[in-house]
Ligand binder design. Structure first.
Ligand code: ADP
Length: 736
């Protein structure tokens, strides 16, 4: 409507304009009304006067007519009683003429006419008196002659005409006045109407404006309330602490975060000096620091809080905080308060510490990895040195056969050491990644322990350590992966041998305790410091002094042992009275129900020495040839090919019961060879084993998909290969 002018101002302007209009309208109506009212009074006076004049004239004429009628009566009858009207007429006419003169004092024109009437009336009265006097004097004939002369009639006619004329004038006057009075009446009515209408309108306008004003004020109040509420909610929901003070530093607002961090409720804090609620000290010196609110109040600038500030809550709780304070200014720029925003940085500090800790751990792990690589290369080189020496001895043409045989046995021991190292490494990797799957079967734990102890016996004897075994007579059935359990015992026994000096003693004790089988591997060796009884199960961890003693191992054996035991639902832990006092490893495995029969046992035995036709395909000639010799020694008929195509040819020709295929082959991969063989009638019944350098889960899955019965990772121990062949042949009757 009026752009640029504020709403309240517009409202005031409209009200003023309304007032002015109403004032003028009412004033005009008042003037018109009053003027016409006085006019009306005048008209009323004039009309009354005209009516009085008319009445007086009427009365005058009547008096003359009555007097004349009386005169006639007297003249005819001579009765004097007829003269009463005549006798009264004189005084009456005088009175009427006086009042007419008074009434018409201000009307000179009529006064002249009245004077004429007065003359004629006096003349008429004179004519009447003359006739009456003549009659009384006895001159009746003269009296009648005067009457007949017509002078009296003439006077009466003149008088009537004159009175009529005045009458007519008065009537005209009255009519004019009546019209004027009616107009004045109308004007008074109009002015009253206009005045009261305007006043009414104004009242309506004021009412409407008041209503509008109320509505606007209500709306404004609601908007302000909403905004205030929104601001309060916003400040309350901010994740940081918010506190405001007035210009004197008294608290005016605190959000919920501030309440929880300071320990004061808003009700308690409002109106109090900020220093008593927001108490801060230096984190390290604990000296009071300058409160940022003080600085803002004094200097009117935005202040970031000093680092390492501690907020002390009502209950004494201390929290590291961080943030800033800023001035609140009004529209004129005057400082009216301070807003302080702060946050609890305990969590951030903790994360910082955690980060530093993780970095430290990462660095330590990195150092451990470097150390591990150094140890690994040392451990790998360890057996390789003697192997190459023994080989040298064997290859010399003049070597004594007995020496050559002894060298070969020693080489085999070193080789096993190497294989065990690599196996452990691969296994720990698989176990850590959760990719190792157990081939669970119900088995007698005694046989696994027995086999492990038997295998270890010769190396214990070599070192001059006594190894004894105690086992219950009853079977101890567990659900376990035979190969993995043997690996666990082999590791524990190997450690016991490594960390026990010559002349020492190692005992393996298997017992049943409730629903568990417990195996104690006890040695009289170097022992373990109490603080490291748990850490030795960590990857790559070794008791520092033990390295010099044992001089081999990667620090992964016990990690593997623990993971494998846990995968079997068991536990393993170490005990030791301390360095030099021997160690004990305790292993507990849950027992299970006895099986109806021990699977595989008989079949393996039945098949173990049944000769088979075996095809070995490997592009590593040495591997293929040596394997061929070993399998031949076991009584099998063996054919060898060095690439995929030749492998297929030989297979078609000899239809072997067992195929041992390398995967990475020239011409055709081992996977393709397997697929082709499986397409043949005879090939579907054959046992096909993958023998590869790759042992990741994905490699095993690929072999499985191509149709292999098993996936073995090189180097595979001779016995493992033979037992795998036997087991698989037993499971495939047609391959026997
Ligand atoms: P390593 O290959 O070093 O033997 P392990 O994981 O098998 O790795 O063992 C970790 C560490 O635990 C060893 O380095 C050694 O310090 C300690 N340890 C293991 N077994 C024994 C034991 N029987 N006696 C003393 N210390 C042992």
């Amino acid at each position: 409507m009026l752009p640029g002018i504020p709403h309240s101002e517009r409202w005031r302007l409209a009200l003023r304009a309304g007032f002015a209009a109403v004032f003028f309208a009412i004033a005009a109506s008042l003037i018109v009304g009053l003027t016409n009212l006085s006019q009306l009074a005048r008209y009323r006076g004039a009309v009354t006067q005209s009516q009085a004049v008319a009445t007086a004239l009427q009365s005058l004429l009547s008096a003359l007519q009555d007097a004349e009628t009386g005169q006639r009566g007297f003249l005819v009858t001579g009765d004097t009683s007829f003269l009463a009207p005549y006798e009264q007429a004189g005084a009456l006419i005088r009175t009427r003429m006086d009042s007419l003169r008074t009434l018409l004092a201000a009307t000179p024109a009529l006064r002249t006419r009245i004077a004429a009437i007065d003359v004629n009336a006096t003349a008429k009265l004179g004519e009447l008196r003359q006739t009456i006097d003549l009659w009384r004097e006895g001159k009746q004939a003269d009296a009648v002659a005067v009457v007949h002369a017509g002078r009296g009639k003439e006077l009466m006619d003149t008088l009537r005409a004159e009175i009529d004329e005045i009458w007519t004038l008065q009537e005209a006057d009255i009519r004019r006045l009546t019209v004027a009075r009616a107009r004045s009446h109308r004007l008074v009515a109009i002015s009253i109407g206009v005045g009261s209408g305007t006043a009414l309108l104004f009242l309506l306008l004021v009412f409407a404006l008041q209503e509008q004003k109320d509505a606007i004020e209500g709306e404004l109040a609601r908007t302000i309330d909403n905004q205030r509420e929104r601001l309060r909610v916003t400040l309350s929901s901010i994740g940081d602490g918010v506190l405001t003070t007035d210009a004197t530093g008294r608290i005016t607002f605190m959000n919920a975060v501030t309440e929880s961090l300071t320990g004061y409720s808003q009700e308690e804090a409002i109106g109090r000096a900020f220093e008593s609620i927001f108490v801060i000290v230096n984190e390290f010196t604990r000296a009071k620091v300058v409160n940022p609110i003080t600085t803002v109040l004094e200097r009117g600038i935005v202040v970031g809080m000093a680092n390492h500030t501690l907020l002390i809550a009502k209950d004494g709780t201390e929290r590291p905080i961080d943030d800033s304070a800023a001035p609140i200014r009004d529209a004129s720029g005057k400082l009216v308060g301070v807003v302080l925003v702060f946050r609890d940085v305990t969590e951030a500090r903790r994360r910082e510490v955690t980060l530093i800790d993780s970095q430290r751990k990462l660095r330590a792990a990195d150092a451990r990895k470097d150390e591990f690589l150094a140890i690994l290369s040392h451990e790998l080189r360890g057996p390789l040195g003697p192997i190459s020496n023994y080989l040298e001895i064997i290859l010399r043409p003049d070597t004594d056969p007995a020496l050559a045989r002894e060298s070969a046995v020693n080489m085999d021991r070193q080789l096993r050491q190497l294989v065990r190292l690599v196996d452990d490494l691969l296994d720990v990797n698989r176990v850590t990644l959760g990719k190792l799957e157990l081939q669970l079967e119900t088995m007698d734990l005694r046989s696994a322990v027995h086999q492990a102890v038997d295998t270890a016996r010769s190396s214990f004897a070599d070192k001059g350590i006594r190894l004894s075994l105690q086992m219950p007579v009853s079977e101890q059935f567990v659900r376990a992966d035979q190969v993995r359990l043997r690996q666990v015992f082999a590791n524990l026994l190997n450690n016991a041998r490594k960390y026990t000096p010559q002349g020492g003693e190692v005992t393996v004790d298997l017992r049943q305790q409730d629903k568990f089988a417990t195996i104690h591997v006890r040695d009289s060796g170097v022992g373990i410091p109490p603080d490291q009884l748990e850490s030795i199960f960590g990857l790559f961890s070794q008791v520092s002094e033990s390295r010099n003693l044992a001089n081999d191992g990667l620090g992964i054996g016990l990690t593997l042992v623990r993971r494998l035991v846990e995968m079997h639902g068991g536990i393993v832990y170490a005990q030791s009275a301390g360095p030099g006092l021997g160690s004990e490893f305790v292993l507990r495995l849950p027992l299970t129900e006895a099986p109806l029969r021990i699977p595989g046992e008989n079949k393996v035995n039945r098949n173990s020495n049944t000769p088979a036709t075996i095809l070995v395909v490997d592009d590593n000639h040495d591997n293929a040839d040596s394997l061929s010799v070993l399998l031949g020694i076991a009584g099998h008929t063996v054919f060898v090919a060095y690439d995929g195509e030749s492998g297929i040819d030989l297979a078609s020709k000899h239809t072997p019961q067992v195929l041992v295929l390398d995967i990475g082959l020239p011409t055709l991969s081992g996977l393709e060879v397997c697929q082709r063989v499986r397409e043949q009638e005879w090939g579907r019944a054959a046992v096909i084993i993958a023998l590869s350098g790759w042992g990741q889960a994905s490699d095993v899955a690929r072999s499985d998909e191509a149709g292999f019965d098993a996936h073995l990772v090189k180097p595979v121990p001779y016995e493992t290969l033979l037992s795998t062949i036997d087991r698989l042949r037993a499971a495939r009757p047609a391959a026997r």
